[in-house]
Design a protein around this ligand. Structure first.
Ligand code: IMP
Ligand code: MG
Length: 183
């Protein structure tokens, strides 16, 4: 049996740290959005693990929806700067308070394009909740409204984040051993 854990060089954010932070974020969101028409919008596939945890930490009524946007292709680990909607939302945003649930705000290029696209659909508000942020990589003038952890300028995997579509199912956030990239 091949255990993915052997490919990890070091852990950046542990399961316990993720659990505690998600509970904190869920409580803050529940307070801030009380009485509003909250819609959690998750960007597939990277944010799916965070979404599943965060939605259960939110205690007020809310809807969920999913989008697929293109930014990174295949095993390529650098941004293309091109953002395209591959799968759109199923519902109208009029009057809704949209909270984008993201795995990581890296360059910020993806969300700096997506936020104005969603704002054109007459929502009441559009904000961002990202479990991870790499501030040193930022190219666009955008910051998460709710943030989990800052991570250094290293390529990270786990808790939804992939390398070449793998390691999404690791329950923590870690950095791969260099030799994994040379396979
Ligand atoms: P952006 O550079 O902020 O536009 O990030 C776009 C997307 O790239 C993120 O939502 C992630 O899915 C992916 N990404 C950015 N940094 C990493 C990383 O370190 N590991 C895995 N995926 C990443
Ligand atoms: Mg993503």
């Amino acid at each position: 049996m091949y255990d993915m854990n052997r490919d990890i060089d070091h852990i950046l954010v542990s399961e316990q740290q993720l659990r505690d932070k998600v509970a904190e974020l869920g409580a803050a969101i529940s307070r801030d959005y009380a009485g509003r028409d909250l819609l959690l919008v998750s960007i597939l596939k990277g944010a799916v693990v965070f979404m599943a945890d965060l939605m259960r930490a939110v205690t007020i009524p809310c809807g969920i929806d999913f989008m697929v946007v293109s930014s990174y292709g295949g095993a390529n680990t650098t941004t293309t700067g091109l953002v395209k909607i591959i799968k759109d939302l199923d519902q109208d945003l009029t009057g809704k308070d949209v909270l984008i649930v993201e795995d990581i705000l890296d360059t910020g290029v993806t969300l700096s394009h997506l936020v104005p696209m969603l704002q054109m659909r007459n929502p009441n508000s559009v904000r961002i909740c990202a479990i991870l942020s790499k501030p040193s990589r930022r190219q666009a003038d955008i910051e998460p409204d709710y943030k989990g952890f800052d991570v250094p300028d290293e390529f990270v995997v786990g808790y939804g984040l992939d390398y070449d579509e793998k390691y999404r199912n690791l329950p923590y956030v870690g950095v791969l051993k260099p030799q994994v990239y040379n396979k």
